[in-house]
Write a protein that binds this ligand. Structure first.
Ligand code: FES
Length: 66
């Protein structure tokens, strides 16, 4: 699904970037994929796709074997 229509970036591209770079920050996602740099409407959806939104941060991380 397209997250940023201005830059033509999908949620998959955002997830793949975050998966290959453990310390990815939202500004880094924006810089590397050019999301949220024009109209800005995609910012919250891009954060959610990256797992960097408040809701995702508040969810407990899954524990292997728990
Ligand atoms: S939809 Fe992403 S900057 Fe416009």
């Amino acid at each position: 699904m397209y997250i940023c229509l201005c830059a033509g970036v999908t949620d998959r591209q955002i997830r793949e970037l975050c998966a290959e770079r453990v310390s990815t920050t939202f500004p880094e996602v924006c810089r590397r994929l050019n999301v949220a740099r024009q109209c800005g409407r995609c910012a919250e959806a891009a954060k959610a796709a990256a797992g960097l939104d408040k809701k995702s941060a508040a969810e407990p991380a899954s524990q292997p074997g728990a």
